[in-house]
Design a protein around this ligand. Structure first.
Ligand code: GLN
Length: 258
């Protein structure tokens, strides 16, 4: 699998090098062709980005938001899926123009990409099996088995727990499954995603414990140096907030005004 991924990345890189010379990306479409905004995401993060079983359509809050931003800026939006930890490398390799994946704005990531203005307030939370009464907060996770998604703030937080055995998965579903199967004691993930998961039926076997651990803001990431696109995105985001479109999308997925 690793070998296959490496090959795939090499192929994508080669393709990027070839297409770099002949337009296609947002900068090069000034000649009248529909400008394309290439968006990368990781669709195991409901309700922000997901794909229904057997469908290649991307749905969720982030997906509606980027389509609205694209429309506002006159772009044709093309979304592709990749691992969460592949998003920033894909931006840097110019394989995508924008990464939108419930990505928290962190100091480390700010060294690598430019973030838009924050568009959603989030934070981490701990989830355990419903019948577990020993783990009441993150402090009780010392020496325990924690399942997380690779490259996420939840994974970084889990790594800091003393003596914990952290297993990182490529997607969120697999991390949750590990816990469901009894192979992990807890999952650390973003609060809105865990709450949505519980509301969608997960509460039959899981529950969250303790308070939201910290405050994190989601931002839209673009390649360093692409200040123009970042400024355009902020402008569109602002306009969507002014004209009510942002609230409409927010209400569709979260059911309350922001
Ligand atoms: N917000 C978290 C992060 O940025 C998780 C994002 C995700 O899993 N899509 O790391």
């Amino acid at each position: 699998m690793k070998k296959f991924l490496a090959l795939l990345m090499t192929a994508m890189l080669a393709l990027a090098l070839v297409t770099a010379g002949c337009g296609g990306s947002e900068e090069k479409a000034a000649d009248g062709g529909a400008k394309v905004l290439r968006v990368g995401t990781e669709p195991s993060f409901a309700p922000f980005e997901m794909q229904a079983d057997g469908s290649d359509e991307f749905t969720g809050f982030d997906m509606d938001l980027i389509r609205a931003i694209g429309k506002q800026l006159g772009y044709k939006v093309e979304i592709s899926a990749m691992g969460f930890d592949a998003l920033i490398p894909a931006l840097q390799a110019d394989n995508i123009d924008v990464a939108l994946a419930g990505m928290s704005i962190t100091e480390e990531r700010k060294q690598q990409v430019i973030f838009s203005d924050p568009y959603y307030k989030s934070g981490l939370l701990v989830m355990v099996p419903k019948d577990n009464n020993d783990i009441k907060s993150i402090d009780d996770l010392k020496g325990k088995r924690i399942a997380v998604q690779i490259g996420t703030t939840g994974a970084f937080r889990a790594e800091k727990v003393e003596g914990a055995k952290v297993t990182a998965f490529n997607d969120n579903g697999s991390a949750v499954l590990e816990m469901k199967n009894g192979a992990a004691d807890a999952v650390i993930n973003d609060a809105p995603v865990l709450k949505y998961f519980l509301a969608q039926g997960g509460s039959e076997y899981a529950k969250t414990v303790g308070e939201v651990l910290n405050a994190e803001d989601y931002g839209i990431a673009v390649k360093k140096g692409n200040d123009k696109l970042a400024a355009d995105i902020n402008k569109a985001l602002n306009e969507l907030k002014q004209n009510g479109e942002f609230d409409k999308i927010y209400n569709k997925w979260f059911g309350e005004a922001k």
